[in-house]
Design a protein around this ligand. Structure first.
Ligand code: SF4
Length: 328
C-alpha cells in the first residue's frame, strides 16, 4: 500500500466509510447529527435578469431562479418566521439546531444591506437553525455586504454564547472555461470569482462552489481542469451538478435545435468519478448530481431517478477503486 492509499484509509474514519468526504459525514463529525436544509425564496432578483447585466438570465436558469424547490416568501422582510415555524415547536427549549436556512433562489446578496441583515438575522435567531447558507454570484459581494457577513460571522459563529451558528457563502461558478462562460451568459470573468473567494477567506466565511458537469462543448478533461483549479483555492465545499435541460429556458431551445447532447448516465458516472478522483480530499462534497424539477425537466430523463443515480455512482466508485483525491 503506497502512502496515498494509507492516508485514504485514515481518512475513511473522517469520511464515515465512504470513498469521499460527504456533507453527511461533515455534519456528523462537526455536530454529531444530521442537518437538514430548508430552501428559501426570499424574493430576490438577479443582475442577470433585472437588466443590470442581462434580462435573459443564465442560459440554463429556470423562471424560479435555480430555486424551484424553495419555499416562497410572500413578503421579503417579514415572513421567514411564519414559513419556518411549522418545522418544529419553538416553545420547546430543548429544540435541536438541525436546520440550515438556505437562501437559494436567485441572488441572495443582491439587495440593500439593511434588508439583507433583517433577513439573515431572522433565520439565525431561530433556535432550530444551526446556520445559514447564502447562494449568490461573486460579482454581488460589494464591500458593505462583506462587512455585514463579517459582523454576523463574529456575532453568531465566533461568539460561543450564540451557539456557533455558521454562515456559508455559495458561489455559482459552473466552469472556469471562458468560452463556456460566454455561452451560458454567466456574466462575470474568472478573476471576479478569484477575488470574491480571497475576500471571503479574509473574513473567515466558508465558501462552497457550484460546478456543472456536462455543459455544452465541455469534455471530461475540461471538467477536471475546473476541479484542479478549485483545488488551488481555499474552499470549504463543492456542489457538483449534472447539466439539466429545463423547459422554458434558452438552453432548451438549443437542445431542441440539436445544438448539443446531454450526457448519458454512463458518461456522467465516468466524468463524476474522475472529477472526484481529482478533487482535494479536504473539500466537502455537498452535492453529487442535483435533481431538476420533474414537471419542467426535459433531459436527461435518466436523472429523474436520483436514488438510482446515487447507487450507480457508489457502485462505480467501488468497482473502479476510486476515492476522493486518488489522482492528485
Ligand atoms: S446568476 Fe443564478 S439566478 Fe441569476 S440567472 Fe444565473 S443561475 Fe439564474
Amino acid at each position: 500500500m503506497n502512502l496515498k492509499d494509507q492516508a485514504n484509509v485514515l481518512r475513511r474514519e473522517i469520511w464515515r466509510e465512504k470513498p469521499y468526504y460527504s456533507l453527511d459525514a461533515y455534519f456528523k463529525n462537526t455536530f454529531g447529527y444530521k442537518l437538514y436544509k430548508v430552501s428559501l425564496n426570499a424574493g430576490f432578483t438577479c443582475p442577470n435578469r433585472d437588466g443590470t447585466l442581462d434580462t435573459r438570465g443564465c442560459i440554463f436558469c429556470s423562471a424560479g431562479g435555480s430555486g424551484d424547490f424553495a419555499i416562497s416568501m410572500p413578503d421579503f422582510a417579514t415572513s421567514l418566521s411564519e414559513i419556518m415555524t411549522p418545522l418544529s415547536d419553538y416553545t420547546d427549549k430543548s429544540v435541536k439546531p438541525d436546520k440550515i436556512a438556505y437562501f437559494q433562489a436567485f441572488t441572495n446578496t443582491y439587495a440593500p444591506t439593511d434588508k439583507l441583515e433583517v433577513l439573515y438575522r431572522e433565520a439565525l435567531n431561530k433556535p432550530e437553525v444551526a446556520g445559514i447558507a447564502i447562494a449568490t454570484r461573486p460579482d454581488c459581494l460589494p464591500t458593505e455586504v462583506l462587512h455585514l457577513l463579517e459582523k454576523l460571522h463574529q456575532e453568531f459563529f465566533l461568539n460561543p454564547k450564540t451557539g456557533k451558528k455558521f454562515i456559508w457563502l455559495e458561489l455559482g461558478l459552473q466552469t472556469i472555461h471562458e468560452a463556456t462562460t460566454a455561452y451560458i451568459r454567466r456574466g462575470y470573468p474568472l478573476s471576479v470569482f478569484d477575488e470574491a473567494v480571497s475576500r471571503l477567506n479574509a473574513i473567515g466565511i466558508p465558501v462552497i462552489v457550484h460546478v456543472i458537469l456536462g455543459l455544452p462543448g465541455e469534455t471530461k478533461a475540461d471538467c477536471i481542469k475546473t476541479i484542479q483549479y478549485l483545488n488551488t483555492k481555499n474552499i470549504f465545499g463543492i456542489k457538483l451538478q449534472l447539466l439539466h435541460v429545463l423547459r422554458g429556458t434558452d438552453l432548451y431551445t438549443d437542445y431542441c435545435a440539436g445544438k448539443f447532447s446531454v450526457l448519458t448516465k454512463e458518461q456522467y458516472m465516468d466524468m463524476l468519478v474522475d472529477c472526484i478522483g481529482h478533487l482535494n480530499p479536504d473539500i466537502v462534497i455537498h452535492r453529487l448530481t442535483g435533481d431538476g424539477p420533474k414537471e419542467i425537466l426535459a433531459a436527461p430523463d435518466w436523472s429523474r431517478n436520483k436514488r438510482d443515480v446515487l447507487n450507480t455512482f457508489h457502485h462505480e466508485m467501488k468497482i473502479r477503486n476510486v476515492y476522493q483525491g486518488k489522482f492528485l
